[in-house]
Design a protein around this ligand. Sequence first.
Ligand code: ADP
Length: 658
Amino acid sequence: MIKRPRTTSIHRHLAGVGAFITGVVGGLFLLVLVGVTLETSRSQVLERSTALGSVLASNLTASIVFQDPATAAELLNGLRTVEDVIQAQLTLPGGDAFVTYRRSLIDDSSESFDVYSESLTVPVLLDEEQIASLELRVDLWPVYQQLAWISGVALVLWLLGMVAAYVLSQVFNARITEPLSDLADMMSEVTDREDYSQRFRYAVQNELGSVVDAFNEMLERIGDREQRLRKMIVELEEARDQAESAARSKSSFLANMSHEIRTPMNGVMGMIALLKQGELTEQQRAYFETIERSADALLLIIDDILDFTKIEAGRLELGKSAFRLRDSLSSIEALFSEPASQKGLTLTFAVDKAIPEFIVGDAGRIRQILLNLIGNAVKFTDAGDIRVQAGISEGGDGPQVRFTVTDTGPGIHPDDQTRIFGEFYQADVSLTRAHGGTGLGLAITEQLVQLMGGRIGFDSSWGKGSSFWVELPMPTPGEVTTSEAPQSEQMGASRGNESARLQRLTNPSASASAPTAGATEYPLPVSYDLQVLVAEDSEVNQFIIRELLAKWGIEIEVTADGLEAVNAFREREFDLILMDIQMPEMDGLEATRQICRLQRDEGLHPHCEIVGLSAHAMSGDRERYLAEGMVDYLTKPIRTEALRGVLDACLDQKKTRL
Ligand code: ADP
């Protein structure tokens, strides 16, 4: 309710109206009274003078007849005692004045003589024939004097009447308006306190009574509605809490399940890798490669679900370091050129010159966004070309880097356009069955873009192609307040199953079909002269690593937790420690910290390098591991090639030292 300041009260207003009406009516009445009084007094004076004039005229007849002006003058002089007549003149028919009488007091030049007097003429008759005329000037001044006095009294009465009307109206109106102002006060109190249980009491049955009844009725209804609303809000809050808790359990169930599935899958992958290194027939190798690709595909899905649940639970932290965007784009171009050309697609990258050398952000996650978009374009396009553009656009919050991925694929049907960013949503089931995928790629991409404070969108025409775009804020190292110097963080850092992901782009049904020939085989060196400590709690993983390394002639020492690893490090010199991150007793990060402290403070085995083993490394984790003192990390399931890369690097280091 809008509250207005009360400038005038109704009863004062009504009193004003009453006084005005009284004034108008009373004023008119008094005007009429004054008019009537004036007219009555005037006619009385004139009638009196006419009667006098008639008597005088009959007495003057003889003076005219006998031409006796002296007698006539004497007769007219008799008017001296009559106050009403101030002048009299006897005029003969020819127009000559016979006799004139004038009261001596009268000044001819006086204006009031004309204004406040009136003439009347009486004929002088002889046998009904006019022989002269008597003109009398009658004085009306006393009449006007009396009138002025009466008017003065009337004016005073009129004013008194108005004041009395005003005061009395105020008194009587207050009785009517008081309940009204009470009602207004109560209304604002109800509004302020939002207490709809109050009721207004007014016993008289009149219009105000009806207003009060309606008001009370309204309060009752609002109160009812308020109660229902509160009940509804409580129910809705409960439902929301339940839904949130269900969503949380869903997310945590998905996350736990994915994690639990991932662990035995690591075992499966490791065992396959071991088996593949043995003596196998062509057919057996084909079987194992099929199993390996199926396992890869499964891990891919699990990784997506883990990413998604982590973002949904708000547990994803974005890294922030300076990196060369151009280099990253070149690495992505190199990555996709093979799958694109295998499908007969032309892949072009156009990078605007204006893009600065270094930009600050989470290189790994930006890479993931681009891999998803370009990956989809390559996946769904069967012919034509794919254009990737990187440029600068001016957004509301300063310059943004804008990536556009345009393809000549099937496009997205208008009905699906609002839904493709939804989780597990796949537009064309027949297409996606052929191409694979989880329907999580765009959902994850959108969430990552939003986490980075950017925007994502697309234009698509059904049957012609799609163009997905992403705009991300583009801070350059100078603008970021951290003291970090630009370190060349490469988006090239490989994420989990990237190679498996890429392979599916060109060979989507690989997980279910026969393998392609010519899988990469490494010629095994005779032996690596390396002392390796493995800290890993899972017996399956211990077994796999032991077997893999044994093939290369490496004897290892195995510990099951971080504490044992630190103790083993104290006792013997190792060239390399493969350190699992999650372990009971003491985790891999704490153990790494302690070992690095021993190396730094006590100079113990300073050349020993630590490489992390992580089940599912998120991109932010990499920086954390390196900051703790690890030189690299491997994602599980451990791939033969990656492990060999680590061993080779370690061996090189050792050789340069010797
Ligand atoms: P996935 O690719 O795993 O199926 P996404 O979330 O990446 O899941 O994509 C969701 C759906 O959006 C896809 O299944 C596909 O139907 C549609 N889509 C995405 N990108 C394209 C594209 N470039 N061309 C046509 N359809 C696309």
